[in-house]
Structures are given as structure tokens and as C-alpha cells.
Write a protein that binds this ligand. Sequence first.
Ligand SMILES: Nc1nc2c(ncn2[C@@H]2O[C@H](COP(=O)(O)OP(=O)(O)OP(=O)(O)O)[C@@H](O)[C@H]2O)c(=O)[nH]1
Ligand SMILES: [Mg+2]
Length: 374
Amino acid sequence: MKFIDEARIEVIAGNGGNGVASFRREKFMPKGGPDGGDGGRGGSVLAIADRNINTLVDYRFARKHLAKNGEAGRGSDCYGAGADDITLRMPVGTVIYDADTDELIADLTRHEQVVVLAKGGEGGLGNLHFKSSTNRAPRQCTPGTPGERKNLRLELKVLADVGLLGMPNAGKSTYIAAVSNARPKVADYPFTTLHPNLGVVRVSPEKSFVIADIPGLIEGAAEGAGLGHQFLRHLARTRLLLHIVDLAPFDPQTDPVAEAQAIVGELRKYDEDLFHKPRWLVLNKLDMVPEDERAERVADFVKRFGWTGHIHQISGLVGTGCRELVFAIQEHIDAVRAAEDAALEAELAAQSASSKTPASSAEQHTDDDTEDLT
Ligand SMILES: Nc1nc2c(ncn2[C@@H]2O[C@H](COP(=O)(O)OP(=O)(O)OP(=O)(O)O)[C@@H](O)[C@H]2O)c(=O)[nH]1
Ligand SMILES: [Mg+2]
């Protein structure tokens, strides 16, 4: 299963510029002192975690990342300019290893977390640093140090934000193909999808989410019917489930309400937590329902299914309603991420406060709290 995304890159930091040995030479100043400046620092290569990036795909194409060298120092007390660092944006969740030694270099767990991948070299010293009372015309200067150079292996465990749930043939793969970069097999027979597929849905240049298409579920999956229900484990860490229902089944005897109830039953049998996860109802294949019957068919479904939550009507095949659903999902994911960030910040603030607060003021706090309660 392609849930691990991997890339290998080479990072090369810039060398430090050399220091120089030079002497002041001016008219009427026959023995000007040393004036050779230092070399500038070489640029480092940094990584920054960005939660708006979902895959390492960019790093499979751009493999070599080079920062510039620092400039050498010059005469007349001129210091060489330092080179700028370069920053590589990587998804949150990326684990970075040294590919040669297998040593763990960093684990990017927080949005905006910065780590140094290869440190730029230090600039060398110019001869003006070597001036002393006994040596007033030093000729020493030091070269810059080389920048670090590393081969890295990046690993990302791709976690889906959204999971698709539904009977075989409900149109799960059709939907993921319509809105994401995934191109799963779509066919009019049940159990076309045998392995989970992940797709990245890009809503704007900075916003995207990952959606997981899993094999269809049928009644009795908990007891092993169809492909079983083990695939549901891939949905455990998602933030939203889309329950896709075929509103126009090929066989007129099939009742979409009974099918939807069977899915919910299997979900509950599999895991109570998954059952309580936010879940939206997506009624699919609306193109197959004559326009004048749609409202009635949808209302009848909602009533008999007893649904009070979010509902979307789409046609994965024609594309109707698909974009609106994508925007609604992104909004939901943004809100969940913001709440997660706020919770994390509060936790970090509490941690740093408790490590800084002296015992006496901590007692003070407790007193305040009890006062509030009474
Ligand atoms: N008319 C119509 N057909 C659709 C729509 N969405 C999917 N289909 C058709 O329904 C059939 C099943 O679609 P899939 O996307 O493979 O369904 P699935 O839910 O992924 O099925 P499994 O992988 O077997 O679980 C295909 O023939 C699709 O072309 C739709 O909105 N309208
Ligand atoms: Mg499928």
C-alpha cells in the first residue's frame, strides 16, 4: 500500500568565504596597518514544516539543493558578504534521515518548525585580527570552512484527512478521480477497488487536503463478507468521513436507505470512535434521477434514513456538486486544523508557564481557582 511517501535529496551548504591578508596603502601612509577583512558565512540549507503541503512529490523531481558560498573578505577592512540560507518546505509529518548513516536528523511534527539540514561554513579571519603589539604586520589569515553536505532520505506517512465510505459501486473512486490527482480504476462491478488509494485535492495554491478511497463495504463485512472491514482502519485518523450513497441503484429492488443503514451498522460494529467521527452524507448519481423527481427522492431518503446532519447531492460522473463539496470539506478541515493548533499552543503555553512559575505563585493560582468556584 502506498501510504509511505519517500524521496532522496542532496543538500549542500555554502562554504565560508576566505579571510584575506592585506595592508593599508595610501599616499603619505607608507606603513599602513593590516586591513584584510573576514570572509562571509556560507548559506545553510534549512527545512520548514508546512501543513499545506501533503506529499514529497516535489522532492522527487528537485533533488539537489545548494546554498551559495560566502564572499571572501577584501582589503580596506571589507568583510565578505554572508550568503542567504535556502529553505525547503516539507509536509508536517516528514521524518528526515541521513541516507548514508541512517541517523535520524529531524522529525517535523509542528507547522512552521525549522531545522538545519546542512550548516553553512564559517567565514575565515582576515589579517586585521592578528595584529598585536609584537606583530604589527601580520600576514596570517584563515580560509573559510566548508559547508556541510549530506544525502538525505525523507519519509512521510501520508495521513488522509477525509475518508470515503460506501457500498461497492456507490461511486467512491469516481468521486476521488473527479476531484483529486488520484486515478483509481472505476468499473460497473462491485469491489473494483481492492486497495486504498490516496488523492490530494488542491483547492488553491496554498490549500489542499488528502482523501482516501477504500474498498466497498457490504452488510456482514464484520463477519468477513465481501472484502471484510479491515480497510476501515485506514480511516481511523481522518477528520471527516463521507458516506457515499448510490441514489439510483441499477437494480430497482435495491433500497438505498437499507444499504446506507447497513454501512452505518458495519461502521458501528467496527469501532465506536469511527462511528462518532464527523460524517457527511453524500447522495451520488443524481444525474440518473429525472430532474423533477430529485427533490422528492432526496427528501424521502433523508426522512426514512432519519438523517439530520450535513448532506450533499452530487453526480461524480458529470461533476455536479463536486466542487461545492470540495470547498465545504476544505472549510471543515481548516476549522479542525485551527482548533488543533489552538489546543497545541495552549498546551505549550501551559507547559512553559508551569516550568517557569515558582512554587509560591503556583499556590496563588490554586487559591484564585477555588475562589472562582465558590
Ligand atoms: N450515472 C452515474 N454513474 C456513476 C456515478 N458515479 C459513479 N458511477 C458509475 O458507477 C460505477 C461504479 O463506480 P466506482 O467509482 O467504481 O464505484 P466504487 O464505489 O469505487 O466501487 P468499488 O470500488 O467497487 O467499491 C461505475 O460504472 C461508474 O461509472 C454518477 O454520479 N452517475
Ligand atoms: Mg472503487
